[in-house]
Design a protein around this ligand. Structure first.
Ligand SMILES: Cc1cc2nc3c(=O)[nH]c(=O)nc-3n(C[C@H](O)[C@H](O)[C@H](O)COP(=O)(O)OP(=O)(O)OC[C@H]3O[C@@H](n4cnc5c(N)ncnc54)[C@H](O)[C@@H]3O)c2cc1C
Length: 599
């Protein structure tokens, strides 16, 4: 072990660490500093904040605005969209807070698209019965993140440490005591000693091969919390977005359908009417069809594909998203980025030709179990955004609820963490020794001799992708899920035995960092597969092809909770869902068409 391999630990004291510079992290940091300007806040992120996945969000953010809408309707759409697996008190608090948060962004400078009379414009989104989605053309995430980022620059108490890769959380007898990781530029270890941390590390879509997520969306935050005994909730619920480009997985926003785009199969038919999805009412009040919820639309694609009614492209089978009838002016005004993506990546002009699309993994409905203020069972640890499960998405998230969620629960977590950071005792000196011990395995990875028999990161990652696509897909059965569990256990064991790294340097060693990411992703993939196997019913995004094809409210109107072990499979338990006023009933989106029989 050379001195270069074991650079000394840098210890930095602060009051609060926010891990993640996406929408949730920036909102949390802002809330904390506004609540208590005396706090010393460090915001760490493995990429510069503007490269967080929030920047890629396209379609919009939900909040009641129009006269024909109400909190009651937003609540009902969300709870039925989540097939009654939502915690209803959380949804009530959420829908009531959304308008305030989106208006706050407006005050900070977010350029929401406007109606002719100057009021904020809204569009339809899937599973929402009225126009509720605020947007900034089809670059909503970019504008929201920019607004939050530029606002954060006005608060010097928020110290940024960009390109810091968090590897461990440290805990003492009082709870969270520190955040440990690697300064990516130098490869040196850094410990932030603090009494409170907000995890805002985003989702885990990259555990699948075909996804819409940025390469950094590998789910570390969830795994870091799980390693300290915090439960991961509802991880079996993975959202496939019905319209991504085949091959690349680039998202084609639901906003396209919100603007009136239609989906056609290989026969040129709007096939969704065969799947109990309408049409209920004529445009401009389309309750379903293309504006049905994402789980149902992705499942419909699966059936069409199996029936041979998809078109073949070089990157796999697809259906067609037709936007031609919207006309060049509306496309340029409302969907400029989508038009550019279609032209650049497919050579297709949506003004004159439909866009081939297919489902891709998009969103992690589950996450670190939190209360409404973002608190977890580990004192001092808070979580918000896609890495968290505040309980609002249930078995299927409605599009545009997530961007609003980042703001509502990011703020709540920031405010609660500020109180804790002010009141809890400072971590002791002994923490640095523990941090050095925690870093040792990461540096050992760099030093391990290249062994021919050690697998490469990409080999294990590809095998993880294959196991998830094969066994934990849009439709699942016991055999496939068990196969995935077994494959993932083998991959975790292989990972523990060591991976082969070519790059031994410290500075900007992305191979090393992706090896660390992979360990976390493998753990989450295993949780998803086990939680799925344990849910013996079909609900929302979890659909089974075996004996458990029906929803079972008597047995499974419950959250899954997963506790992870350092080695060995996770322990899965179930806990009641908190209902307030919406009684579970059949989830109907209208239309006479029956869903195609499964066999
Ligand atoms: C293409 C696309 C389009 C979308 N469009 C919409 C939409 O229109 N409406 C909607 O409601 N939702 C949309 N979503 C979902 C929504 O954008 C995301 O759920 C949300 O932006 C996640 O925000 P976040 O702050 O939780 O995480 P992210 O924005 O993913 O940020 C995570 C942060 O954590 C940091 N981080 C992660 N791990 C570490 C680590 N180990 N160490 C240090 N830092 C770390 C990252 O650097 C990053 O800063 C879309 C998602 C995608 C992929």
């Amino acid at each position: 072990m050379t001195a270069q391999r074991h650079p000394d630990l840098r210890v930095i004291d602060c009051d609060l660490v926010v891990i993640g510079g996406g929408g949730a992290g920036l909102r949390a940091a802002l809330a904390a500093t506004v609540a208590d300007p005396s706090l010393d806040i460090v915001l760490v992120s493995k990429v510069v904040p503007m490269r967080s996945h929030t920047v890629a969000a396209e379609g919009g953010a939900a909040a009641v605005l129009r006269e024909d809408d109400s909190f009651e309707q937003h609540f009902e759409d969300t709870v039925s969209g989540g097939e009654w697996l939502c915690d209803q008190a959380a949804v009530e608090a959420f829908v009531a807070a959304c308008p305030r948060e989106l208006a706050q962004l407006e005050r900070w400078g977010c350029p929401w698209s406007r109606r002719d009379d100057g009021r904020v414009q809204t569009r339809f989104f899937g599973g929402m019965r009225v126009q509720r989605t605020w947007f900034a053309a089809d670059r909503t995430g970019f504008h929201m993140l920019h607004t939050l980022f530029q606002t954060s620059l006005r608060y010097p108490a928020i110290r940024r440490h960009d390109e810091f890769f968090c590897t461990n959380l440290l805990v003492d007898e009082h709870g969270l005591a520190g955040v440990l990781g690697i300064d990516i530029a130098t490869g040196h270890p850094v410990l932030y000693r603090a009494r409170a941390a907000v995890l805002a590390t985003g989702g885990a879509g990259r555990v699948y091969a075909h996804n819409t997520n940025a390469g950094i969306v590998t789910g570390e935050g969830m795994a870091l919390a799980a390693r300290h005994g915090v439960a991961l909730r509802d991880m079996e619920f993975v959202q496939w977005h019905p319209t991504a480009l085949p091959g690349s997985g680039i998202l084609i926003t639901e906003g396209c359908r919100g603007e009136g785009g239609v989906l056609l199969n290989a026969e040129g038919r709007r096939y969704l009417e065969d799947y109990g999805l309408g049409p209920l009412e004529p445009w401009p009040r389309p309750r379903a069809m293309e504006l049905g919820p994402r789980d149902r639309l992705s499942q419909a694609f699966w059936h069409e594909d199996r029936a041979g009614r998809t078109i073949t492209t070089a990157q796999g089978n697809a259906v067609l998203l037709d936007l031609r009838h919207l006309g060049p002016r509306r496309l340029a005004e409302r969907l400029p980025m989508i038009s550019e993506v279609a032209r650049r990546f497919l050579g297709i002009d949506p003004v004159t030709a439909p866009i081939p699309v297919r489902p891709a993994v998009h969103y992690t409905m589950g996450g670190v179990a939190t209360d409404l203020d973002g608190s977890t069972t580990l004192p001092g640890l808070y979580a918000a955004g896609e890495c968290a499960s505040a309980g609002i998405h249930g078995a299927n998230r409605l599009g545009s609820n997530s961007l609003a969620e980042l703001l509502v629960f990011g703020r709540a977590a920031g405010e609660a963490a500020a109180v804790r950071a002010r009141s809890a005792p400072r971590p002791g000196e002994a923490l640095a020794a523990e941090a050095r011990a925690c870093m040792a395995p990461w540096y050992a990875m760099l030093e391990a001799a290249p062994a021919a028999e050690r697998p490469r990161v990409a080999t294990l990652r590809n095998a993880m992708h294959a196991a998830m696509e094969d066994g934990v897909g849009i439709y699942r059965d016991a055999e496939g899920m068990a196969r995935a569990c077994e494959a993932l256990a083998g991959l975790r064991a292989a990972y523990r035995d060591g991976v082969a790294l070519d790059d031994r340097s410290l500075a900007f060693n992305t191979e090393w960092l992706s090896a660390i990411e992979l360990g976390h992703s493998l753990q989450l993939a295993e949780v998803m597969a086990h939680a799925a196997l344990a849910r013996r019913e079909s609900r929302g995004a979890h659909q089974r092809l075996d004996a458990w094809r029906a929803r079972d409210d008597a047995g499974f109107l419950v959250h899954s909770l997963a506790w992870c072990a350092a080695d060995g499979p996770p322990r899965i338990e179930h806990a009641p869902v908190k209902l307030t006023r919406s009684v579970p009933r059949e989830r109907v989106y209208g239309g006479a068409g029956e869903r195609v029989a499964l066999d």
